[in-house]
Design a protein around this ligand. Structure first.
Ligand code: ADP
Ligand code: 5GP
Length: 202
């Protein structure tokens, strides 16, 4: 029986392990489409335009923003990021699950615009020391950027109390099990299973 799509929004302070967890979920469940965001930041080595992000100039981003192209947008670490509105509604209407990797400010906007249709997960590092270790271990950022990310992490974690699920990424196995459980439970909600709901009153 056909069900409606789950919009799963995942946020985390940079370095907590969100990308690792999301890639695994996308690898296990082919039901998911990934919401490709637009950004003004430069591509990192290995990132593909149109797959990881749509990379835009600031001018183009501002133009699309003014046209109402984005479901939400935010400035994160000095760059603009936004979720295109149209593909989101289209995919959910078709019954596809959608995965969003967005920061706390953007997640709060999605909460308002999707009006209860989305499930929100916040991934926490086991400690600030471990977060710092992971940021350094990833070898992507210089010292100034690491310090800025740690400062933002503290702020983001104080803003995350409204999420539906908080997952501590201590061991990857445990954190991944928790994430897939949140997703699988969401697929069972009566609101996403109109066919089964009809059986209840039959
Ligand atoms: P984010 O997307 O949240 O910035 P990443 O997924 O890039 O984080 O992970 C940051 C670093 O931490 C990567 O080097 C990744 O391999 C490592 N990592 C992720 N999860 C764990 C874990 N549970 N234990 C140890 N290292 C981890
Ligand atoms: P990165 O540049 O490391 O890929 O991402 C930096 C931050 O921007 C992450 O916290 C990520 O979740 C967030 N982000 C990525 N895409 C979007 C988006 O479309 N909207 C918002 N609000 N945040 C995003």
């Amino acid at each position: 029986m056909r069900r409606e799509g789950v919009a799963l929004v995942v946020s985390a302070p940079s370095g907590a392990g969100k990308t690792t967890l999301i890639r695994r979920l996308l690898g296990e469940f082919s039901t998911f489409s990934y919401s490709v965001s637009c950004t003004t930041r430069r591509p990192r080595a290995g990132e593909i335009d149109g797959k990881d992000y749509s990379f835009l100039s600031r001018e183009e981003f501002e133009h699309r923003k003014a046209e109402g192209f984005f479901a939400e947008w935010a400035e994160v670490y000095g760059n603009l990021y936004g979720t295109p509105l149209e593909p989101v509604w289209g995919m959910l209407r078709q019954g596809s699950d959608m995965l969003f990797d967005i920061d706390v400010q953007g997640a709060a906007q999605i909460k308002l615009s999707l009006d209860g249709a989305a499930v929100f997960v916040f991934v926490l590092p086991p400690s600030m020391e471990e977060l710092e270790r992971r940021l350094r271990g990833r070898g992507q950022d210089d010292e100034t950027v690491i310090q800025r990310r740690l400062e933002s992490a503290r702020r983001e974690m104080t803003e995350a109390g409204w999420y539906d699920a908080l997952i501590v990424n201590d061991t990857l196995e445990r954190a991944y099990d928790a994430l897939r459980s949140v997703y699988l439970s969401a697929t069972l909600a009566p609101a996403r299973n109109p066919g089964l709901r009809a059986c209840l009153s039959a």
